[in-house]
Design a protein around this ligand. Structure first.
Ligand code: ATP
Length: 688
């Protein structure tokens, strides 16, 4: 606006110099005459030299509106209710403008100025004079009062109309107005724009043309408008802050430096179950008890985030999450902003922030082999009990999957926090598990951090490879399990915790106990309920089911059609011993999907360790015998699968019926029956 103003002022200065120079009256007369000529249609471009084209255009429009420059007709006037409605609609403009108009009134009280505030449609909202005689003088010629509507259509060219049309400040003098009644006036107007750049109204300073024609009144109008606009912006921001403060889904208290609650948002009132009147003005200690953290932030001005302090209030548990200082421009702390959560809500946030969510349920565990089904049934039963669970299983057998499924069955709303004792350097396990207070370690987060045990509150702590828990930490951890409370490293108070522990191991803990590498007392605490997850090689046909599921998911992820498993590839998958279990099978299928051609996974598409194992003559016979039927080209029928698996189990166990039946998850008599039914006796050259 200042930029615009400088060019306008410059232009005005040139014109005014000419108008008010020696030939002032001559020029005034000339402009009047030119206006007459323009309006009567005798337009000669050369006459325009001292006229601004936008003014000439407005004269012409005024003329077309049927207005007579010599017969002024008062603008329409709103009745009282209409006017009151406009004033209330323009509340923010009037509220922002009033203090500045009043300042102007005082500053200009000894002069003959008139100040006019209009809305965006030209409705006069305020008509202010320093000297009452001015208004009396004005009203002899035309009616000007709050509620009068002045637009180009009703009063013709005048400055506040022009500034609204041009959306820029403008000054008009004497004959530049359309109507003759204004010839003895000079008006400076500036448009008022809202925060979004919309026209909100205008401010005009009217002065007698003869004595106050200088450009300063335009500068005054512009600077007042800038102040009004700032005021409107501040009011809007204040409103935005208020609305956001109230709408925010976290309890917020503003506490002044004396510890008195200055504000509480809706969520805080709801959480603390009190009205605004009941809480505002209270001392924070009376509401939350003594909270050193709040006192210290008010004293030091140092913010505290992720405070995680639990407060027992009536019968509910609150969590003090952060305390942040509000400082003045000299960095003096004036107040602080306290954020609180109810404990379940903070748990939700913990889950979101740390990604502590368990996605697996029992439905995601694939497999129907007897051994796996037994483990799943047991896990389902244990999920209903609240005791610790110990899961045994080789690497990659699905121990974490089981833990997640148990969690989702028993504590679905709580966090699932997993920590692998063998994956974290020994020196860090303690702080990972127990957390630490601010200032404990140099270089660490100076605000302190909660440990995994704390984060698992109301949920499940999954401690994988528990056999690798450092011996010196085992008694501390045992105490946490017994007393259900934890103290952070460097801390001085216990934090109550309520979590279910699921520990997992692929080691034989009893052997570790014998070697003094694991504490017996901890073992008995952990091993209340135990689940064994069978290795993949003992799950028979589950291998193929899992392989097919992985092929489907991998292909979907890669947006390709899922290739089928050839019978020969199935044979190789079944005869492999899978030391890496399900995880290894998953990786093998990723490899195979990418190696396969023409939609079929052949043995050569499998990783070398699987397809490269030598095949005995017996096995070759078996493979050849079970050529697929046309209809099931690359997919085995259940019967064919079963035959392969029986042959496979018998080969693997050296034709030991009991072991093979066990491996297949069927009774000896069923296996005998099936061997007969499928006429397998010759094929496997059995000695039974
Ligand atoms: N029965 C199953 N059905 C479907 N997917 C499974 C099954 N068992 C394991 N998986 C998958 O195999 C992979 C390994 O499982 P998981 O991480 O649970 O095993 P783990 O025994 O905890 O491994 P580790 O001993 O290395 O910690 C995961 O991708 C998991 O989804």
């Amino acid at each position: 606006m200042e930029k615009m103003l400088s060019s306008i002022v410059k232009k005005r200065e040139e014109i005014l110099e000419e108008i008010l120079g020696n030939k002032e009256s001559l020029l005034t007369e000339r402009i009047k005459r030119q206006k007459q000529q323009i309006l009567s249609g005798r337009i000669d471009k050369s006459l325009f030299e001292s006229l601004r084209p936008e003014i000439v255009e407005s004269w012409i429009r005024s003329h077309y509106y049927g207005l007579d420059p010599f017969k002024f007709r008062d603008g329409p006037v709103l009745d009282k209710p209409e006017f009151e409605e406009v004033v209330s609609k323009e509340g923010s403009l009037v509220k922002a403008a009033d203090p500045y108009i009043n300042k102007l009134r005082t500053a200009l009280s000894d002069t003959d100025y008139l100040i006019l505030l209009t809305d965006e449609h030209g409705v006069s909202l305020r008509v202010i004079v320093g000297n009452p005689k001015v208004l009396a003088h004005v009203n002899k010629k035309f009616y000007l009062a709050p509620g009068v509507v002045w637009a180009e259509q009703t009063v013709g060219t005048c400055s506040h109309v022009m500034c609204r049309l041009l959306r820029s400040p403008i000054q008009l003098c004497g004959p530049e107005f359309y109507s003759e009644v204004f010839y003895d006036a000079a008006c400076s107007s500036a448009p008022i724009l809202d925060v979004y750049g919309n026209l909100a109204g205008s401010l005009t300073i009217v002065s007698p043309f003869s004595c106050h024609h200088n450009p300063h009144s335009l500068a005054l109008a512009v600077s007042s408008v800038l102040n009004i606009q700032n005021e409107m912006q501040i009011a809007l921001h204040r409103q935005l802050i208020n609305v956001t403060f109230e709408a925010i889904d976290q309890a917020i208290l503003i506490v002044n430096k004396n510890g008195v609650i200055a504000r509480a948002n809706m969520k805080a009132r709801e959480t603390l179950d009190c009205s605004d009147k009941e809480i505002v003005g209270m001392n924070i200690e009376a509401v939350l008890g003594r909270q050193n953290m709040i006192t210290s932030v008010l004293e030091t001005g140092e913010p505290v985030f992720d405070a995680d302090i639990e407060i027992l209030k009536s019968d509910q548990r609150l969590q003090l999450r952060s305390v942040q200082p509000i400082k003045d421009h000299c960095r003096k702390t004036l107040a602080c902003v306290v954020t609180l959560d109810k404990v379940e809500q903070s748990r939700k946030i913990v889950k979101q922030v740390n990604g502590l969510e368990a996605n697996c349920t029992f439905d995601n565990i694939i497999g129907t082999s007897a051994k796996l089904v037994k483990s799943v049934d047991m896990a389902r039963k244990f999920a209903r009990l609240d005791a610790n669970i110990l899961i045994h299983g080789e690497s990659g057998t699905g121990k974490e999957m089981f833990a997640q499924a148990i969690h989702n069955e028993s504590r679905p709303d709580g966090p699932f926090v997993a920590i692998n004792c063998s994956a974290i350097p020994k020196a860090l396990i303690e702080s990972e598990l127990f957390g630490y207070e601010g200032g404990t370690f140099t270089g660490a987060d100076r605000r302190g951090r909660p440990g995994k045990i704390e984060l698992a509150n109301e949920g499940t702590l999954f401690l994988d490879e528990i056999g690798d828990l450092p011996l010196e930490l085992q008694p501390v951890f045992l105490r946490v399990l017994e007393e259900k409370k934890v103290m952070r490293i460097g801390g001085r108070r216990y934090i109550p915790v309520n979590f279910r522990l699921i520990a997992a191991t692929n080691k034989n803990l009893l052997e570790l106990i014998d070697k003094n590498l694991f504490r017996r007392d901890l073992y008995y605490r952990l091993a209340t309920l135990q689940i064994n997850i069978p290795p993949l090689r003992e799950r028979g046909s589950d291998i193929i089911k899992l392989a097919k599921t992985f092929i489907a998911t991998i292909s979907k992820r890669q947006r390709i059609a899922a290739p089928a498993l050839s019978n020969a590839a199935i044979f190789y998958l079944l005869r492999y011993s899978w030391p890496g279990n399900v995880r290894q099978l998953e990786n093998a299928m990723l490899y195979a999907v990418n190696m396969s051609r023409e939609g079929i996974i052949k043995p050569e598409d499998l990783p070398q360790e699987i397809s490269g194992m030598p095949v005995s003559d017996d096995e070759v016979d078996t493979m050849l015998r079970f050529k697929p039927t046309k209809s099931v080209q690359n997919n085995l029928t259940i019967k064919e699968m079963e035959i392969i698996m029986i042959v496979q189990a018998l080969l693997q166990t050296g034709n030991n019926i009991s072991e093979a039946a066990n491996m297949l998850g069927m009774s000896r008599s069923t296996l005998y029956r099936k061997i007969k039914e499928y006429a397998l006796l010759d094929e496997i050259k059995t000695k039974i």
